[in-house]
Design a protein around this ligand. Structure first.
Ligand code: OAD
Length: 250
């Protein structure tokens, strides 16, 4: 794909040292992980409030646990795609590259990105709802019914943020700080409709960052960004990386 940079973007690329990627389910779509919204989104088939919340878990722990086991098995089989890899490679071009993701699939880390802030948790981790003991042993990913805590007998839940729950405040604060300081903010594969996560690019913009969106379709934030690239992130990001590397070399 031919990626062209506007004059303003070119200028930003030349002078930038800190960049931030704000990512959502779309970046992992080409790894075979379904997105939440849109044509093939899982929230079209399942109601989030029936599964992704604490009361649903208390009411029917095995059903919720099994749904997460299903998601884990998909993620377990999947690999980071060219989009995740390109984001890692941006570390060779800019001094500071921060990834703030809404995804729980761990694929940015598996791709080798060094600084990854997970706003909605990590599906490979778990903790006890009573005593909060952590259970990050990957073998739990293969148990069919909800396990009980070895310390207190409490139910063990996935370490993801459910509807109605707060984001991990330390992670959100550090992400907001990175957004405040970045020169360019890339918004990749997210519908940008879920708050407070969607404040991240807004914070970046209000602190003067240049916003670049990469998505297969326009979104809630499209009319606020400085540059849009429409297409699959696994195709656009490697080409964009190349164009930016060429620009920095000149
Ligand atoms: P969504 O499912 O809302 O949006 C996915 C976005 O990715 C859409 O804008 C698609 O157009 C775009 N997309 C799909 N395939 C793509 C591709 N190959 N390349 C580029 N873009 C692509 O997912 P999120 O924005 O991540 O929260 O959703 C935000 C949050 O809502 C999730 O973290 C989850 C969900 O409820 C919780 O579970 C707390």
């Amino acid at each position: 794909m031919d990626i062209s940079l506007t004059d303003r973007f070119r200028e930003k690329v030349k002078n930038a040292s800190k960049i931030l990627f704000f990512t959502g389910a779309g970046i992992s779509a080409e790894s075979g992980i379904p997105t939440f919204r849109g044509k093939d989104g899982i929230w079209n088939k399942l109601k989030p409030e029936e599964l992704a919340n604490f009361n649903a878990f208390l009411k029917n722990p095995d059903m919720v646990w099994n749904w997460y086991q299903h998601r884990r098995s998909i993620i377990h089989e999947s690999q980071p795609n060219a989009g995740h890899i390109a984001i890692r490679e941006f570390e060779k071009v800019f001094n500071e590259v921060t990834v703030v993701t809404q995804n729980v699939d761990n694929l940015h880390r598996r791709a080798g990105s060094k600084v990854v802030y997970e706003l909605h948790g990590n599906i490979e981790k778990n903790y006890c709802i009573q005593c909060k003991k952590r259970y990050d042993d990957p073998s739990l990913a293969f148990i069919d019914s909800v396990p009980k805590c070895s310390e207190c007998g409490g139910l063990i839940r996935p370490d993801v943020v459910w509807f109605g729950e707060m984001l991990p405040q330390d992670v959100f604060r550090i992400s907001e700080n990175a957004a405040d300081l970045c020169d360019i903010c890339f918004i990749v594969g997210t519908s940008s409709v879920v708050y407070p996560a969607a404040y991240i690019p807004i914070t970046a913009k209000s602190s003067g960052a240049f916003l670049v969106e990469i998505n297969i379709a326009s979104t809630e934030i499209s009319d606020q960004v400085d540059q849009s690239y429409f297409g699959k992130s696994g195709e656009i990001l490697p080409d964009l990386l190349k164009a930016i590397m060429d620009e920095r070399r000149n």
